[in-house]
Ligand binder design. Structure first.
Ligand code: SF4
Ligand code: F3S
Length: 118
């Protein structure tokens, strides 16, 4: 399961490293303004994406229930070719729209999502 204390236990990947990742093969997974918490080593290690709504890319296996059921469409698909769990992941692109309903946290079969509702 995702570590709910990722924001203290992990380091946020800096802009310089993100620029590097955006220009590499996994650019779609690092293409927007969502924070990434390392370690990252594409294509096999992609870190945790998001802060208020956080998805552990190294656990997500592309079930899709979160994206299909989120009432405010927080998630979008991104391509992650070469990742051992799945070749697409959900990015919390619209995490600022989250209404803390906790549906995604409850529905994910592998507990890849943490929502900081406090
Ligand atoms: Fe969407 Fe609810 Fe999950 Fe927020 S907690 S991302 S509103 S399903
Ligand atoms: Fe991934 Fe879980 Fe959503 S496996 S696609 S985070 S339901």
């Amino acid at each position: 399961a995702i570590d709910p204390n990722f924001d203290t236990n992990r380091e946020k990947v800096g802009e310089e490293k993100l620029d590097e990742l955006r220009s590499s093969a996994n650019q779609t997974a690092f293409g927007d303004g969502v924070a990434v918490w390392g370690p990252v080593d594409p294509p096999k290690k992609l870190g945790i994406h998001g802060t208020h709504v956080a998805v552990d890319y190294d656990i997500c296996l592309a079930d899709g229930a979160c994206l299909e059921n989120c009432p405010v469409d927080v998630f979008t698909w991104v391509d992650t070719p070469g990742h051992p769990e799945s070749e697409v992941k959900v990015e919390p692109t619209n995490e600022d729209q989250c209404i803390d309903c906790m549906l995604c946290v409850d529905i994910c079969p592998v507990d890849a999502i943490d929502v900081d509702a406090s």
